[in-house]
Design a binder for this molecule. Sequence first.
Ligand code: RNT
Ligand code: ZN
Length: 420
Amino acid sequence: MNDRDTLALYEMAKARYAEAGVDTDAALAALAAVPISLHCWQGDDVAGFERTGGNIGGGLAVTGNYPGKARTADELRADLDKAYSLIPGTHRLNLHAIYAETGGVAVSRDQLQPEHFAGWIDWAKSNDHGLDFNPTLFAHPLADDGFTLSSRDAGVRTFWIDHCIACRKIGAAMGKALGTPAVTNIWIPDGYKDLPVDREMPRVHLRDALDAVFEEALDPRYNLDAVESKLFGIGSESYVTGSHEFYLGYAITRKKLLAIDSGHFHPTENIYDKISAVMLFLDEILLHVSRGVRWDSDHVVVLSDDLRLLMHELVHANYLARTHIGLDYFDASINRVAAWVIGTRATLQALLQAFLEPIERLRQFEAEGDLTRRLVLSEAAKGLPWGPVWDYYCIQQGVPVAPFFMHEIMAYEAAVLSKR
Ligand code: RNT
Ligand code: ZN
């Protein structure tokens, strides 16, 4: 198939959508305006550059040993450049504190400075990527017993409070340099493998520690704070301090962003139903789009019903301007550049499908109580030719259509990744 065929198919699809009352050109313009924050940690299995030889910890697990993972910041940036070149649109990068570039000098996490991210900021500026940021409260001796901000040890809490404060300032420096606020997201692994006797005390510590972290107000033009809940992790199966209820209450009372990760709820619980509930009480949210398979397994995001229903919410309840969309998964069993490209493209495809829904007619049936027609039309809409619209978008944005982007990834693997 060549570009001319893609264009001809697009014209047919456009006519078909017009019959359904949908403007495909408007949908593509809307899609082009939505940035996705790619997570740097897919490129090196959440290793970072501290080189302490410790475990990832934090109840996280990366499986697979596909060759070619990035070992340095330059390698990671080169891999990201390749990924962005195969994804339509302009997108962001989400960094973790362990990706600091300290010139071979060990810098304690509570001492990190914006200058340790100068390489990332320069790269982001020249490539038009906004940056987002995360303190790293795992893979560290002071996280080894499973507790950080909610530790019963005041010294441990202070270390992590100082790390989070340092990270907020780094986020603000990124936002100021790039002219778009960094979302600095705090996720902690804290929890117990077995049944605690006292479930309250760690949560009191966490509330107070977070209040200390956020004591200094930062300009929201530069930095936005988010807090991410979780249900359980490996080694924290019985209790997690930072549960959904904890952070929902915290985010509402402290006016923070709530980070909602699709893998952080019971396996049959879907985050798409949570958005319209929490948005009534919060200004903005951060999404970690992920895919749990039976547990919080962080599989590569694919175009699933869950993802489509999530994007339907953002688009049709008009939440896009209040939602920061990030990805969060790590698969070391496949080509890591492909993993970024597949997951980001799936996320964008789900968004496109939402923009292409015959929403007016669906709303009308719902308002009239004609639930049969609502179901008939939403099923029929699945068969509308969104694929040619997507392919046209790829051509328009100068990236290859699927599955042909794999040619470039295979060439990159042969020339670069396989030499590592
Ligand atoms: C862990 C959280 C968290 C991490 C990243 C690396 O369960 O989802 O967002 O995946 O910070
Ligand atoms: Zn997450």
